[in-house]
Design a protein around this ligand. Structure first.
Ligand SMILES: [Zn+2]
Ligand SMILES: [Zn+2]
Length: 418
């Protein structure tokens, strides 16, 4: 049973609100002021705390700050209750660390929404299997960040999604076979586009060679030919010994007609990227949390003012507030001058875009095949210094092969939006 703590100096309100929560199936505790509340919160570690804003012996804002300063209560959702619907209170509550704000009298519908947001989300994580752009780059100079091309595994609960099928999909296939030696897998591969570095690993993806698996491959139609024809071509006789139509598994190739769709419990939205041919980027939602994947994109944004040119304004809206952004940052500024219009970004522009989008975490991606580990570490430091110069909180790092990131579920709290 989920637990809620109610902190309010009004005993009648505590009793009524407690009865209401019990009716929703919650177990409740009560405290009459912030001091007693913080002691109980530390002891119980409840899923949610409801806290009145105006109380004797410490107001709700002070309580919020005390609760948020305690890392053991990081997973507790904090909802303040205000006697007045004042926008300034909502903003101040966010500043103090609250996740949501209710106004007395609390309506049943509003309470239900607040509780639904508190329900535990399935754990969601991602793992980078290929982070390189253009062509694989094995060798001693790339052991830290990796040499395989674009492939990211995403798990949301039991759902397995694969972003791109570059050469990184080969070790991913081996890992899946080791993890599920007998189970019949249902996998969804989301392709951004059909440039080699995003599809070249597909013929070496082990689950394709076992009849019990179901593999759905989604992507946009190619500029000249359909998706199935393009994927089939790279497995034709002069290039590869096994044809796409000879594979024993159940392969389903679908061209996206609708850019908003659902894969099991994962909501997916797609948006066109600025890249030669037809190229998509994806945003995946686990509950209200999201990650965005744009492995190939040339930003159109002013670094100094952060003003996006008209086409990237749409993209900024698409990316707004994403928790994780994985984005093309192939070049440094100097290299970019020689590659303008090639469809790839430079670190400075990608950071500017991530800051404007309000992303919380940026992974530089599609590393240039000519960049070794030392250059990538330097580029990362440069990106971090750009963020620091803006006084922003965005976390930046270069995507690294093998790296696993939790991006939703109990471990991540979502702050209240003003
Ligand atoms: Zn690429
Ligand atoms: Zn490309």
């Amino acid at each position: 049973m989920q637990r809620a703590l109610i902190i309010d100096d009004d005993a009648d309100f505590r009793r009524t609100f407690s009865e209401l929560l019990s009716a929703f199936g919650w177990q409740t505790w009560q405290a009459s002021h912030g001091g007693a509340g913080i002691v109980l919160a530390r002891k119980l570690r409840p899923e949610v705390v409801f806290c009145d804003l105006m109380m004797p012996r410490g107001n709700g804002f002070q309580f919020c700050r005390a609760l948020r300063a305690d890392p053991r209560l990081n997973e507790t959702r904090l909802i303040v209750i205000s006697g007045h619907a004042v926008p300034a209170n909502r903003k101040a509550a966010r500043g103090a660390g609250a996740d949501d704000c209710l106004t007395k009298p609390v309506s049943l519908a509003r309470l239900r929404t607040a509780l639904q947001a508190t329900a535990r989300l399935p754990s969601a994580w991602l793992r980078f299997w290929g982070v390189r752009g253009s062509i694989p780059t094995p060798g001693r100079a790339t052991v830290r960040y990796g040499g395989n091309t674009s492939c990211v595994e995403v798990r949301v609960g039991d759902e397995i999604l694969i972003l791109d099928a570059g050469t990184g999909i080969r070790p991913l296939g081996q890992a899946l076979m080791a993890e599920f030696p007998r189970r019949s897998l249902r996998l969804t591969v989301l392709l951004t586009h059909t440039h080699w570095d995003h599809i070249q690993g597909l013929p070496f993806f082990a689950p394709l060679y076992q009849a019990r698996h179901h593999i759905r491959i989604l992507g946009s139609e190619g500029a000249r030919r359909g998706l199935a024809a393009i994927l089939g071509n790279q497995m034709e006789n002069p290039f590869f010994p096994v044809g796409l139509d000879e594979l024993p598994s159940n392969v389903q190739i679908e061209e996206l007609r609708d850019l908003h769709f659902q894969i099991g419990g994962v909501r997916v939205e797609a948006c066109y990227a600025n890249h030669p041919g037809v190229c998509l980027g994806y945003r995946l939602f686990a509950g209200s949390r999201s990650l965005a994947f744009f492995p190939d994109h040339e930003p159109r944004i002013s670094r100094r003012s952060g003003t996006a040119k008209s086409k990237d304004r749409k993209l900024l809206k698409f990316l707004q507030g994403t928790e994780v952004l994985i984005m093309d940052a192939q070049y440094d500024c100097r290299e970019y001058r020689r590659h303008r219009g090639w469809g790839h970004g430079c670190v400075d522009d990608t950071v500017a875009l991530a800051l404007e989008a309000g992303a919380q975490r940026l992974f530089l991606f599609h590393h240039d095949p000519d960049h070794d580990d030392i250059q990538l570490a330097n580029l990362t430091r440069h990106a971090q210094s750009l963020v620091a110069a803006r006084g922003a909180k965005l976390r930046v790092e270069a995507a690294r092969e093998g790296q696993k990131i939790h991006w939703a579920g109990a471990a991540v709290r979502r702050p209240l939006r003003a």
